[in-house]
Design a protein around this ligand. Structure first.
Ligand SMILES: [Zn+2]
Length: 81
């Protein structure tokens, strides 16, 4: 198949450092991260969600859309990958 590269949608495949599952980091997410100067996510959405539920009381991050960014991981990471 002949797939034309589209510079505006380059999804990346990342391997989760926690469960080793491959997940897609979509182009729109990449933009979201770069707009906010966040580092590349190391965990799949499932693990991020699990960590958030486990480690973060509602009072810390009432907004569940907080990404797995630098500040977040600095605060939350006890086990760094
Ligand atoms: Zn994972």
């Amino acid at each position: 198949m002949n797939r034309k590269p589209n510079p505006n949608s380059r999804d990346l495949t990342i391997r989760c450092c926690e469960c080793n599952a491959d997940f897609i980091w979509t182009a729109s997410e990449q933009k979201y991260y770069s707009d906010r100067n966040l580092s590349t996510p190391r965990r799949c959405p499932k693990c991020r969600e699990a960590r958030r539920k486990r480690a973060s009381p509602n009072s810390y991050y009432p907004n569940s859309a907080v990404p797995d960014g630098q500040d977040y991981t600095t605060i939350m990471d006890t086990k760094r990958c």
